[in-house]
Design a protein around this ligand. Structure first.
Ligand code: NAD
Length: 358
């Protein structure tokens, strides 16, 4: 491939994720980070140590004609305004997730994207997580028959970090933080209409925002997808549990340890009842070593988040179609609003997405 002329990037918000992007972009020859803008002096000092230019304010970023791309990694309540201003100043935008506070803000962003012709893309980086891609592969290749139910759990035990993530007005809470990734992936996993949304919140130490949630999506075919985030789970449950018509799979952690158990026969021998607890069961009798099932390793998938940046670069140059599409992001925001409604009303809520958004 011929050398690509680098695009110049300014990072707005040089905290955890802003720093992470700078590290990634440093590995790529086709993006060059010129500088950063952050409201905290500590972050400005850190940037100077890394020989990055420090912009005194957002206007200075917008006025810098060298800057092709503004990368937004600030708290969620500021994404929309920065994105809109950047596009109106002729910049392309890479924005952190969740794209904004709600679907209406995303609609406004999409309107400005259309008016200005700039590229706006959201970093749904967890589409490149190997555990997700492995489950998607199982589903696509029907290794365990037709996958009819998935469970994905993200468990930690430290509560929500004590910053903006605890504040509702800044878009805090785990549903917006992690839910946006998990829902995004499940909508890609099952490309069909969602009919029902059921969500409950945990408020273990945070009254203002959810510090955990349990969300079930029901799809038109009856398939279900369960997603759980907990920040007070001192013992973590497996990251994935997957049911197919001919097998089950478990992935314990991001290290990809787990197994796939597949049915190897169409003619099941009758089960023998076993004593279990204080009773007897035939239905739940385990399989003995009779060759009816086989354990397989979890499929591995070679994936790199560099594909995201590469796709953004190529899309900006009109040579590729964007992978993370804005109407997909909008659909996730609409669905999350239903999840909030479900948690607040303690009801299952219907999701009536427009036909063109499945
Ligand atoms: P953080 O608190 O570590 O960093 C945010 C930075 O933005 C801080 O340094 C803060 O001083 C600065 N800031 C705040 N308001 C600003 C403004 N108006 N202008 C300029 N700088 C401003 O937070 P974080 O964990 O880096 O999260 C930032 C964004 O990245 C959030 O939207 C979050 O959801 C997202 N994020 C994404 C991932 C992912 O994997 N995609 C992971 C973590 C965070």
């Amino acid at each position: 491939m011929t050398a690509r002329t680098p695009l110049t990037v300014a990072v707005v918000g040089f905290g955890g994720m802003g720093g992470h992007h700078v590290d990634h972009l440093d590995e790529l020859s086709y993006f060059e980070v010129k500088g950063i803008r952050d409201i905290r002096e500590s972050q400005e000092l850190l940037a100077k140590k890394k020989d990055l230019h420090v912009y005194p304010d957002l206007q200075a970023v917008l006025d810098d004609r060298d800057v092709d791309v503004v990368l937004i990694a600030t708290p969620n309540d500021s994404h929309r305004d920065i994105a809109v201003q950047a596009m109106r100043h002729g910049k392309h935008v890479i924005c952190e997730k969740p794209v904004a506070m709600n679907a209406a803000e995303m609609e406004e962003i999409m309107q400005v994207e259309q008016e200005t012709g700039q590229v706006f893309v959201v970093n749904q980086n967890r589409r490149w997580d190997e555990d997700y891609l492995s489950v998607k592969k199982l589903r696509d290749e029907e290794t365990i028959g037709e996958v009819f139910h998935t469970e994905c759990r993200i468990h930690g035990s430290r509560g929500i970090p004590g910053d903006w993530r605890q504040k509702k007005a800044q878009g805090g809470g785990m549903l917006l933080d992690w839910g946006v990734h998990l829902v995004d992936r499940q909508l890609l996993m099952f490309p069909e209409r969602v009919t029902d949304v059921n969500c409950t919140f945990q408020h273990i130490r945070n009254a203002e925002v959810d510090d955990g949630f349990r969300l079930t999506l029901t799809f038109e075919s009856g398939k279900t997808s369960y997603m759980e985030v907990g920040t007070f789970n001192y013992v973590a449950l497996p990251l994935w549990y997957v049911n197919g018509t001919k097998g089950s799979a478990v992935i314990h952690s991001w290290d990809m340890d787990g197994k796939v158990t597949r049915l190897e026969t169409d003619r099941e021998p009758d089960a023998r009842p076993i004593k279990a607890g204080a009773g007897l069961t035939k239905t739940m009798a385990p399989r003995f070593d009779d060759g009816t099932v086989k354990d397989l390793p979890v499929p591995r998938v070679d994936a790199s988040i560099h594909e995201f940046y590469d796709n953004v670069y190529e899309t900006i140059h009109g040579r590729s179609e964007i992978i993370v599409k804005n109407d997909e992001v909008l659909r996730v925001m609409r669905l999350l609003e239903k999840a909030f409604e479900s948690a607040e009303t303690l009801q299952t809520v219907k999701f009536e997405a427009p036909v063109n958004a499945i």
